[in-house]
Ligand binder design. Structure first.
Ligand code: FE2
Length: 344
């Protein structure tokens, strides 16, 4: 098989063996199918070519892909040990936060027999997440389950098929429609992001979510000039959650979900908390920028949306439940019920 890696080193046969070895090793550790392994090789080749065009070492790209596979495999089974915390909210609600070693945080609002998730992490950790959730909620399988997602990246959307209803922004719905029709999604239309996105989808066992369970939040009129703009609301057991769209700077379809009654902002990746990463999270989150250069679709727009978000929901008053990293508590104390417990 011809491989771009072979063009850069004095011994093409040796280079080809090395590239093949790294990708095959990754496929083996993650128990990928032959089709997935072939696709991984093809996408790895695309990244190698991108590195070569930039005059960078293709070995670095391949080693990063191998490191991704290592880390995803390393935290499977008993080594999947997220940081888990719970906070009591008013009116009988509880907020849980699950921070896994790899992938996005999962937030869960619970009241009685109903749960609303916000994001869900990688698909490959479904068995570990299911076991964890059954420990956390012994009645988990019988609960009524809904999910709202902050943006359609695979590290946030791995478990969508578990849910009866999936709340999305209008552009996230469009993103998933493109996928369902076999067309390139918004990230895949960006040549810098396409091979990376496809590789992570293969490594994390991502599967496209069921369109028929999606419910679009977006009945408010849009103002294109505003980087953060109100989309509409959702009622969860009497609790109102407001959706605001971002400007697509991090990911097309991104939304921020706000619980005004508790002053909670579920910010997705428009605001993350690197200072609150665990050591495995910090190591894992360093990998994507190696392969994509920039995890944002448009960094200028991202900064604009980030600033607008913090202006609209200042950290002095609002608690930030970020897409990655520990929850950032507001400077102003929350209500009496607000008590945080570290569960694991
Ligand atoms: Fe993310």
């Amino acid at each position: 098989m011809k491989n771009a890696f072979t063009h850069t080193l004095p011994d093409p046969a040796e280079a080809f063996r090395e590239a093949n070895g790294i990708v095959e090793g990754a496929a083996k550790r993650l128990r990928l199918s032959p089709e997935q392994s072939m696709a991984l090789m093809a996408q790895s080749n695309c990244i190698v070519q991108m590195f070569e065009q930039r005059g960078e070492s293709p070995r670095k790209a391949l080693e990063t892909i191998g490191r991704y596979a290592d880390m995803i495999a390393q935290y499977r089974g008993e080594r999947f040990q997220p940081r888990i915390s719970a906070r009591n909210l008013a009116k009988g609600f509880t907020l849980y936060c699950i921070e896994p070693p790899c992938g996005s945080n999962t937030y869960i609002l619970r009241r009685g027999g109903e749960v609303l998730f916000i994001d869900s992490g990688f698909a490959c950790y479904a068995p570990e997440m299911h076991a964890l959730l059954c420990r956390l909620f012994p009645d988990f399988d019988g609960l009524s389950k809904r999910i709202a997602i902050t943006h359609p990246d695979e590290d946030h959307c791995g478990l969508l098929h578990w849910f009866e209803r999936i709340y999305v922004s209008p552009m996230t719905w469009e993103f998933f429609r493109l996928e369902a029709e076999g067309q390139p999604n918004f990230r895949e239309r960006n040549p810098m992001h396409a091979p990376y996105t496809r590789i992570i989808r293969i490594l994390s066992q991502y599967a496209a979510p069921p369109m028929e369970r999606m419910h679009v939040i977006g009945d408010a009129p849009d103002d294109p000039d505003r980087p953060i703009c109100y989309l509409g609301g959702l009622d969860f057991c009497g609790k109102r959650l407001d959706f605001y769209r971002g400007n697509g700077g991090h990911a097309v379809g991104e939304a921020v979900i706000v619980d005004e009654s508790e002053r909670l902002v579920f910010s997705g990746d428009i605001a993350v908390n690197p200072a609150g990463f665990t050591a495995p999270q910090a190591a894992f989150n360093r990998l994507a920028p190696c392969l994509m250069k920039d995890v944002n679709m448009d960094s200028g727009r991202f900064r604009e949306a980030h600033r607008a978000l913090l202006r609209r929901f200042p950290q002095q008053r609002y608690t930030y439940c970020c897409g990655h990293g520990a929850i950032m508590d507001a400077d102003t104390p929350q209500g009496e019920e607000w008590k945080c417990a570290i569960l694991d």
